[in-house]
Write a protein that binds this ligand. Structure first.
Ligand SMILES: [Zn+2]
Length: 179
């Protein structure tokens, strides 16, 4: 934010108007999740692809939804709650970020920058940042459930389980999220 933009932004906020730039990127807060996106298109596309199925969708509708941001965070919170039930793990202080990226190449690029390793990812959970990075193009309920399971498992155990066990629990959650 530069010094010239600040008074304008304050003015917009006072008048209740939204500056044009705010339509591009933003964040939204849920109970468990802070969602970060860089374009409205990503947000819309993510929302369309995140089909929770009949049972879980009913829980989303019970929440207070006005905007598309409300709907997306309500869906993410609903999936988190369901994965907790599936794993029977309810860690305290569970709060994570979800970052929407356009495609697999973007997720792989972020991964390579952080870890210095080349790997193809449609999504991954960063243990050190408490953050899920996900490709909007490849978004499905199973993918979100899998990554959220990694977050839950990581917050639940004081000593981190071995990698294969971590992965096994994430796969279990992915498989049973629609039960
Ligand atoms: Zn995994």
């Amino acid at each position: 934010m530069n010094r010239i933009a600040l008074p304008f932004l304050a003015l917009f906020m006072l008048t209740g108007l939204v500056p044009p730039a705010a339509h591009a990127s933003g964040q939204a807060e849920g109970r468990y999740v802070t969602l970060h996106y860089t374009s409205r298109e990503h947000l819309k596309s993510f929302n369309e692809k995140l089909d929770l199925g009949r049972k879980l969708s009913g829980q989303v509708l019970a929440k207070n939804i006005v905007t598309i941001e409300d709907e997306v965070v309500a869906k993410l919170d609903t999936v988190m709650e369901k994965v907790e039930v599936v794993l029977d793990m309810f860690p305290d202080n569970l709060r994570i970020s979800v970052v929407l990226l356009e495609a697999e190449g973007d997720v792989s690029r972020v991964f390579a920058q952080k870890y210095g390793k080349q790997a193809s990812h449609i999504a991954y959970y960063s243990l050190s940042e408490d953050t899920i990075y996900i490709s909007v193009k490849d978004t499905r309920l199973a993918v979100i459930a899998h990554e959220m399971a990694h977050a839950i498992v990581d917050h639940y155990f004081t000593e981190r389980p071995p990698y294969n066990i971590h992965e096994l629990m994430a796969q279990f959650a992915e498989k049973h999220v629609t039960d």
